[in-house]
Design a binder for this molecule. Structure first.
Ligand SMILES: C[S@@+](CC[C@H](N)C(=O)[O-])C[C@H]1O[C@@H](n2cnc3c(N)ncnc32)[C@H](O)[C@@H]1O
Length: 211
């Protein structure tokens, strides 16, 4: 639906900066720590559901010898991300418009794909289980998948309300059992879980798994 926040890249960016600044803190602190453990020079890094390009910019600046490929289904977000990446003078990022659930290895790169990240994406992508299946297929053996997302325990009234509101405004479903599904596909190497809003049972998790 057109009015949802994720269809308006400028609004999404402003919201993340002003209202969800705490997510940005974890992105820059905890996520970077996990990324540093597995990204090397010359790696190809896929940013699945790259949105307005926050992670592409972070990756492009931090790992200047890696090649970053941002994938998103939404052309408005991609256009907006393209401008931000160009304004930041970053040259090692390429953006592709694709639905990850229909992606093939060949449609992305002929070279080895070592790392995929999906930040706040699996809670939004409609067929998120299919997305995990495709990402597993696209990565080369030994490749890492890093997921940063939110989980809301909907057993409580506050949890239910919180999940309903994020669904309404972001199209996000934070009650999905993403961690369980990831654990059944990848070899889990690291998981961080942080209780960020105990009153609504909201936790942030970072999963790192190997194919
Ligand atoms: C909540 S945003 C997250 C954006 C960004 N990763 C971040 O950290 O701010 C989720 C993104 O997933 C994208 N998306 C949703 N379904 C998708 C699909 N099937 N294939 C690729 N991208 C998809 C949306 O267009 C949106 O940009």
């Amino acid at each position: 639906m057109k009015w949802k926040i994720y269809n308006h890249p400028g609004f999404y960016d402003r919201y993340m900066k002003r209202m969800a600044g705490w997510i940005e803190v974890y992105r820059e602190r905890e996520l970077v720590r996990v990324l540093d453990q597995c990204i090397n020079d010359n790696n190809i890094v896929l940013d699945i559901g790259c949105g307005t390009g926050a992670n592409c910019i972070l990756l492009g600046k931090r790992y200047q010898n890696a090649r970053i490929v941002g994938i998103d289904i939404n052309p408005d977000f991609l256009g907006y991300a393209e401008r931000k990446i160009s304004d930041a003078g970053i040259k090692n990022v390429k953006l592709i418009r694709q639905d990850i659930t229909g992606c093939t290895r060949e449609s992305i790169s002929k070279d080895r794909i070592d790392i995929a990240i999906c930040i706040l994406g699996l809670s939004v992508i409609t067929d998120w289980e299919k997305a995990i299946e495709r990402i597993f297929a696209i990565l080369d053996p030994g490749g890492n998948f890093i997921v940063f997302d939110l989980y809301i325990d909907t057993q409580t009234f506050m949890g239910k309300l919180s999940n309903f509101l994020t669904g309404l405004f972001f199209g996000a479903h934070h009650d999905r059992m993403i961690l369980n599904r990831l654990r059944s596909s990848f070899i889990e190497t690291d998981t961080i879980k942080i209780d960020v809003k105990p009153e609504s049972g909201t936790a942030l998790f970072i999963f790192r798994g190997r194919k």
